[in-house]
Structures are given as C-alpha cells and as structure tokens.
Design a protein around this ligand. Sequence first.
Ligand SMILES: C[S@@+](CC[C@H](N)C(=O)[O-])C[C@H]1O[C@@H](n2cnc3c(N)ncnc32)[C@H](O)[C@@H]1O
Length: 242
Amino acid sequence: MIIDSKKIEGKKLIDLINPKDKNILEIGCGQGRQAFLLAPLSSKYIAIDTNKKSILTAKNKLTKELEKKLEFSIANGENIPYPKDNFDTVLMILCFHEISVQKQGLVLQEINRVLKKNGQLIIIDPTQPANQVQSIFNIVYNNFQYFDHSVVVKHSIWSLKKAISNRLFKLKRKSQYKIDWKFNNLKELVDFVINCSSEISWNKNKISFLEKELTKLIKIKDKNNSLTIWDGLTVNDLINLK
Ligand SMILES: C[S@@+](CC[C@H](N)C(=O)[O-])C[C@H]1O[C@@H](n2cnc3c(N)ncnc32)[C@H](O)[C@@H]1O
C-alpha cells in the first residue's frame, strides 16, 4: 500500500512547519510515515503512539544516523511523558478524531502544557462531509461497532472549537488537501482496513463480509487489479496560548 503517492502531504507539512531547528512531537505517528521525512530536517523529533506493534516496526526502520534526531516511543497523548514548554511544534495526522470523545479535551490540555508559548499545533483529520475513505470505514463501524464514523469526526471538530473558545489555542489558518491511497489489489485494502480496526475481533465471516461490501462500494470488477482511493483532509494550523 502507498499512501500519498504524489507526496502532496509531505511537501505541505514541510511548508507548514518549516522544521529546521525545531523540536517536534508527533502524536499517533503509526509506523512513522511522516516522521522519517520530517525528522532529518528538524533539530529533534519525538514520535509517540499507543500501538506497540507500530512503534516496534518504526524502530526497526531507524538508521544509526537518524537515531540521533528521531526517537519512537510507546506513549499516550492523554498523558504525554515530557515536561511543560518543551516543544516548538506538535503534530497529529489522522489521529485526533480517533481519540475517544471523552478524552479529546484532555489531549488538547496536555498538548497546551508541553508546547512552548506561541508554539504550533497541527491537527490533520478527514474533511467533512464524508469522503470515500470514511465510507469504507463506515462499513466497519455500521456493521461491527454500531456508530457512524462521521459523528466521531464531527465531535473532534467540536472539541477543537471548544479549546479555541477556552483560549488554549488560536486558529491561524485552516486549509484542505487531497491525497491518494494506492493498493495493489483488494486484499491489500482489506488488510489495511482490518489493521486500522484492531479493536474488532476479526474472523473469517467478518472478513468475507467486508470484502463483499468493499467490492460493491468501490465497484471492483477484478479483485487482483490495483485501486486508488482519494482522501480529503483538513489541516488546522493553531498557535499555542499560555
Ligand atoms: C489512522 S492512524 C494514523 C497514523 C499516522 N499518523 C499516519 O498518518 O499514517 C492513527 C494512529 O493514532 C494512534 N493513536 C490513537 N489514539 C492515540 C492516543 N491517545 N495517543 C497516541 N496515539 C494514538 C493509533 O494507534 C494509530 O497508530
């Protein structure tokens, strides 16, 4: 699977953050998709995630040279294990909307604590109204978890608005971009959806149901053909207030 085959997101992040001489924290880094691009350009880059497997995979990709700048660690955005006023930039890509509705406010308070005054917070989440990627995840949510993905995304927008009105952050700029996610075949897409929904106990029946629903939704004629799925993302570029 290749996400962002045209490297649109990477270029956008470098423009937004200007990483030179910056001490950066990424929350929900996954396997380090953007950490490996941004860390060499920054002064220090700490990338955390609650998923042990993803952090292990990311650590295994680290080179001796990069180890001086890039550190992967298992940690939760709800309790960031770093002192106050420590980072110039905090980055969250496709992670904030995944944090439980009850915990989003707490994560924003933690970010406010570890960011320096006037530091930068970048939150990138799916654009509303729902796009094709959200329709894919709605197959999972509607059938196995019984909630609507767009409701979760809408709540994260509300949590962010609340933090702005409580003067934790000031919104500097909002922008949108599109990226493409490429999969070599249907199986790669199915595996990707399953990996992103590790809280579900997947079995043969559920996997074959998912495969059938995806075939209908994306109108797949041959499951061995490659697929491209467009995703719309919204960037919230915020200034930390103290
Ligand atoms: C959809 S993935 C995005 C990964 C990566 N940012 C990317 O764009 O490829 C969301 C990630 O956020 C992580 N995550 C969710 N809640 C978290 C939390 N409270 N603290 C840290 N990481 C979290 C998940 O484990 C997962 O790796």
